[in-house]
Design a protein around this ligand. Structure first.
Ligand code: AP5
Length: 216
């Protein structure tokens, strides 16, 4: 059992690897991106505001995402929690430490998925997901076996994200380097950081993450 953070820029493979860990280790994925995308479709004023910010590639305010994580920390997680896309600022990192202490949990590892920035654009622009089960695919790296049909659940409902455009990606990358990358030093100094090569094949990335988890 381990509680981990997957840290990396847009397209690093956080969601792809988190979903494997859910299947293989009974871990619970807490993706603030997925939670916010759900909020976007809620039809509420909050959902409309979140959509405006997210679709341009900016970060949503700390208080909103900290509140979302606080709610989800009540979920039963026999294999541990995977924090995917959270924390993204130093304020969120401090809040996570406090929330974990409050529920009697510890953070066991922070795994940085390292990638080359040039590779990210192709990954983001080629990505699509199943609207029913959330499985993640890519036009060339990881297409569905049958065109347009999800390998996992058989749904035909394939979606592309509104923020997977070149313009929004530029803003997301800026937000990553300005607000999120300082967390690499923060967790290194706490002795919790490990890094894996995110440019390797998906199975190799999963193997490197498994090694970190087995030592945690
Ligand atoms: P979020 O949903 O968290 O997006 P992100 O961090 O930009 O990351 P992505 O989901 O784009 O990439 P990923 O690393 O999960 O890559 P994936 O596995 O899909 O956040 C979206 C927005 O929500 C933010 O911009 C912000 O507005 C808001 N938000 C979220 N959390 C927030 C927070 N805490 N605070 C404030 N705002 C917040 O892979 C990408 C593609 O590459 C896929 O097609 C996949 O098949 C392919 N691929 C994956 N691994 C490999 C590999 N090893 N080799 C080849 N291809 C691969």
């Amino acid at each position: 059992m381990a509680n981990i953070i997957l840290l990396g820029p847009p397209g690093a493979g956080k969601g792809t690897q988190a979903k494997r860990l859910v299947d293989e280790r009974a871990m619970v994925q807490l993706s603030t991106g997925d939670m916010l995308r759900e909020a976007k479709t809620s039809g509420t004023e909050m959902g409309r505001l979140v959509a405006e910010v997210m679709d341009k590639g900016h970060l949503v305010t700390d208080d909103i995402v900290i509140g979302l994580i606080e709610e989800k920390l009540q979920t039963h997680a026999p294999g541990g929690y995977i924090f995917d896309g959270f924390p993204r600022t130093l304020k969120q990192a401090d809040a996570l430490g406090e929330l974990m202490a409050r529920v009697g949990e510890t953070l066991d590892a922070v795994i940085e998925i390292k990638v080359d920035d040039e590779a990210l654009k192709a990954r983001i622009v080629g990505r699509y997901t199943c609207g029913n089960c959330g499985a993640v695919y890519h036009d060339t790296n990881h297409p569905t076996k049958l065109a347009g049909i999800c390998d996992v659940c058989g749904s035909h409902d394939m979606k592309r994200r509104a923020d997977d455009t070149e313009n929004a990606l530029r803003t997301r990358m800026l937000a990553y380097y300005r607000d999120t990358s300082p967390l690499i030093g923060y967790y290194y100094a706490k002795g919790q950081l490990s890094a894996v090569d995110g440019l390797a094949e998906m199975d190799a990335v999963a193997g490197a993450i498994a090694k970190v988890l087995d030592k945690a």
